[in-house]
Design a protein around this ligand. Structure first.
Ligand SMILES: [Zn+2]
Length: 120
């Protein structure tokens, strides 16, 4: 996903690439972000805690199962049940998202995090 963005702070255009993405770990929380290649302004991508990461895992698993139903590897009849489960997961994620995002942005802006915690 080499999405092009324009930095809000300096107007620089750059592509979001693994080289300018990072993670900050704070206790249970992982904040994923990318930063401007010119002025290093940090931008929030996603903040997760253990609960959210479990929900994401479950969601991927269910989505894989749905794909396998569509490919006739699993019985088609189960799609509805899976879809229902998926909908419930998405609702739970949506409930968690605003607080996590807020927390993530706080962590990103907190003391500028000069100790870079970039991904290996
Ligand atoms: Zn910038």
């Amino acid at each position: 996903m080499n999405k092009c963005v324009t930095c809000d702070k300096c107007g620089h255009d750059f592509a979001i690439a693994p080289e300018n993405c990072g993670e900050i770990h704070k206790g249970d929380i992982i904040v994923q972000y990318f930063y401007c290649t010119k002025c290093n302004a940090k931008y929030h991508i996603l903040t997760t805690n253990t609960t959210m990461r479990k929900l994401i895992e479950q969601r991927v698993a269910i989505q894989n199962k749905i794909t396998r139903c569509r490919e006739n590897i699993l019985p088609l009849g189960t799609i509805q049940k899976l879809q229902h489960k998926l909908d419930r997961l998405i609702v739970r994620q949506k409930k968690l998202m605003p607080n996590l995002k807020k927390r993530g942005e706080e962590i990103l802006n907190d003391g500028d995090n000069n100790a870079e915690n970039k991904m290996p």
